[in-house]
Design a protein. Structure first.
Length: 163
């Protein structure tokens, strides 16, 4: 359960950041962001623990750079939010390994992902308001909101069914 949320967070975060940079026309930076996302997924697969923190720092720096130069704020916020969610889920998965077998690991996963889903929706809501006020709310942003909302609702429904 955590793996699906983790992979989708990396894809949405890196995709949002890359989209924000490609809108400006910085195609070389966009390629490097996509390479970072691919490396993040590969290192996740291989169990490299430190790369998640490294990728988070790079994504936050790229997001801050984009906000500084007035790129579309929603894409920068989305990239930062989902990179933070991916980093948190990576750390959470590492902590779950050390729990004794008698603990309710599945319940802990469901509750943790539900909290993260709520926080990500709040962050995207704030980013949407910012984009609306700046006149940067586009169809692509609406599609991203729809995808994230559907994923979060599916997660919530799955969580409520297993209760």
């Amino acid at each position: 359960m955590t793996r699906v949320a983790l992979i989708s967070s990396i894809l949405i975060g890196i995709g949002s950041l890359a989209w924000g940079y490609s809108e400006i026309g910085l195609n070389a930076v966009t390629r490097w962001i996509i390479i970072l996302g691919a490396a993040w997924l590969v290192t996740l697969w291989n169990g490299v623990r430190w790369f998640s923190s490294f990728a988070l720092v790079l994504v936050i720096l790229a997001s801050a750079f984009g906000l500084w130069f007035r790129f579309a704020p929603g894409w920068m916020f989305s990239g930062g939010i989902f990179a933070l969610v991916a980093w948190d889920l990576t750390r959470f998965r590492q902590r779950l390994i050390f729990l004794p077998a008698r603990e309710d690991k599945r319940g802990m996963e469901r509750r943790h992902i539900a909290r993260l889903s709520l926080l990500s929706l709040i962050g995207l809501f704030i980013a949407s308001i910012t984009m609306f006020l700046r006149g940067a709310f586009t169809n692509e942003w609406g599609v991203l909101l729809l995808i994230v909302t559907v994923l979060d609702l599916a997660q919530l429904i799955g969580w409520l069914r297993k209760r």
